[in-house]
Design a protein around this ligand. Structure first.
Ligand code: FES
Length: 586
């Protein structure tokens, strides 16, 4: 085939010829199969000069009626297509699963690895030279990036952007955080049904992901810090016209990156992940980021031990004054200068020489960014607190580690010893938490177990265990809580999460009994069950795993192959290894 039409848009410094593009194998050769591919391209209305020898860009779109955070991504996709065409590429929109955080059960986390697998396989199986990934709602960011890292062709991540801030009677409402707050007030009898419905009217006012510094805002910012997003795009609200302009830029950028063969493995290094951890701490980001960063790094063969998060957290100040750790929301963060301004303000704490999709270093991308609202985006000189507020704990209850976001907990609870009150699963907790006869005091340590990667399955965001109703009515709003699941990035409280190994596979959490004394000491990074080793050995001898619940389907695959939280809860067979061969085209 004639590749001349591609030459006009190929940059002078291109490292690849049209014949070296992946898509050439499908469309460019004089073979029986290529005839079939080209004739079906004509069926789609394309002539050879539209696409043969040009970068063919897959736009992996997580738009779905099931995911209100992504309801605008068809329009975003149109803008990406415009950018691709302007740069001389050929766009192909590819729908991929949309595991919306709100509706997907048991949890969108259960489907993160599914999306990662789908992403990798759709890119591998088709004539795609590079991809723009459209996501944003919680697990879509790590799912898309994990798959793209494993496939390792050029990609640009285009976040959907946060929604507008919520409003109720002139009071600002934040996604998640204010739901938990007002739900407790309703259970305590301080809020009427009508008021509750008014809050429902005002808390999600536009397309876009949750606008607190929850998992979505955290992960999209970290994707940008890793160098995979058009600079600034992760902070732009979904409904701001700058979002559309950034989408077109993403389209233009990916075409250049295909010609220059800028792959994730060329850009993202261990130092990039150290930056991402530092920024997670500066943002007061979600604890979920730990699991996702470990999994994402694992796809590139980079190991992130939990202690790295603790070490970086101790030296990185909290700079983003965003709920739940702070006061404002993402709209204000954007107007204050957004992520680029935050990064520039903390540039002395970052590896600024790391590579990015723009062809410039991270330091070059952020060099001109200014902070316009110094109360919203702080610098190390006027930080909200001197450290990042996330700690990794170990002890006989969590030999492989666990996590607490102590910045979002009541300080008096960070050193606490109390008797365990154990719930074997979420149904048991729900059935009795509001029982006036529940044997609980404010000093009790609430435990939810069998809620981890295998146990739940998918380690749902149940970790902010509800405060028992009778304590709520006494004015108690925080208690020490322990679990092997996660909690929403918009949650808060003295919640110890991601306990590994989990109870369902026989972790020590499975051996705790009501009344056992549990000691939490965040300063010493310790979580300890005050039961003798002999007694624990005796309890272990009596312990039996629950019989398998799943005998077919994705759930069976999931529970048989998911790793523990400290390993990223990825599938063991999807972690980094020898490259999967390109498909044969016969
Ligand atoms: Fe989609 Fe929160 S529900 S980001």
């Amino acid at each position: 085939m004639n590749a001349a039409s591609a030459e006009s848009s190929r940059p002078a410094n291109a490292t690849r010829t049209p014949e070296q593009l992946r898509s050439w194998r499908w469309y460019g050769r004089d073979e029986l199969r290529s005839f079939g591919h080209r004739s079906r391209a004509k069926q789609s209305g394309w002539n050879a000069e539209d696409y043969v020898g040009k970068p063919i860009i897959g736009i992996l779109n997580t738009w779905s009626d099931l995911n209100s955070c992504h309801m605008h991504l068809r329009l975003t996709c149109d803008a990406v297509k415009r950018g691709i065409l302007q740069a001389g590429g050929h766009p192909m929109e590819i729908p991929v699963m949309s595991a919306g955080e709100m509706l997907t059960k048991p949890t969108a986390m259960f489907h993160r690895n599914f999306l990662a697998m789908e992403t990798e396989e759709m890119l591998r199986a088709n004539p795609i030279d590079g991809a723009v990934l459209l996501g944003g709602c919680d697990k879509s960011t790590p799912g898309l990036l994990m798959g793209a890292f494993s496939m390792d062709i050029p990609v640009v991540y285009m976040p959907c952007g946060p929604m507008m801030k919520g409003n109720w009677h002139g009071e600002t409402l934040g996604s998640g955080s204010d739901v938990w707050k007002y739900w407790d007030e309703k259970r305590a009898g301080n809020l009427t049904w009508d008021q509750w419905c008014e809050i429902e009217d005002g808390i999600a006012r536009s397309p876009g992901h949750c606008m607190t510094m929850g998992t979505a805002s955290t992960l999209t910012a970290l994707a940008e810090t890793l160098g995979l997003v058009i600079p600034g795009a992760s902070s732009i609200p979904a409904v701001d016209s700058a979002h559309t302009r950034a989408a077109a830029m993403a389209g233009r950028q990916i075409v250049e990156n295909v010609w220059l063969d800028r792959k994730p493995s060329d850009l993202v290094t261990e130092r990039s992940f150290e930056n991402a951890i530092a920024v997670d701490m500066a943002l007061g980001g979600s604890t979920n980021a730990i699991v996702h960063l470990v999994a994402m790094a694992g796809r590139l063969g980079i190991k992130l031990p939990l202690e790295k998060f603790d070490e970086i957290s101790r030296r990185i100040p909290l700079l983003a004054n965003i709920r739940p750790a702070g006061k404002y929301l993402m709209e204000e963060f954007f107007l204050a200068g957004g992520l680029c301004a935050l990064l520039n303000g903390m540039r002395d704490l970052l590896h600024t020489d790391v590579a990015t999709i723009t062809g410039k270093t991270l330091g070059e991308n952020i060099a001109d960014a200014e902070i316009f609202q110094p109360d919203v985006i702080r610098t190390p000189a006027n930080a909200l607190q001197p450290d990042g507020g996330t700690a990794i704990l170990r002890g006989n209850l969590a030999p492989d580690g666990c996590v607490i976001k102590h910045a979002a907990a009541t300080p008096e609870l960070l050193q606490h010893t109390g008797p365990a009150l154990v719930f074997d699963n979420y149904a048991a907790l729900k059935a009795s938490i509001d029982d006036p006869e529940l044997d609980v005091t404010k000093d009790s340590v609430l435990i939810l177990r069998n809620a981890g990667p295998v146990g739940a399955p998918g380690m749902p965001e149940w970790g902010q265990l509800p405060i028992p109703k009778k304590l709520l009515q006494q004015g108690i709003r925080d208690m020490v809580r322990l679990t092997d699941c996660r909690m929403s990035g918009t949650s808060y409280g003295a919640c110890v999460l991601h306990i590994a190994p989990e109870a369902a596979i026989g972790g020590p959490l499975a051996l705790v009994r009501n009344g056992d004394l549990i000691e939490l000491d965040v300063a010493a990074r310790r979580i300890h069950l005050h039961v003798s080793d002999e007694e624990l050995a005796s309890r272990r001898a009596d312990w039996q795993p629950a019989p398998p619940r799943y005998h077919r389907g994705y759930a069976k695959l999931y529970v048989e192959h998911v790793t523990q939280a400290n390993e990223g809860a990825d599938f063991d067979f999807l972690q980094h290894g020898p490259a999967v061969p390109e498909p044969e085209i016969y």
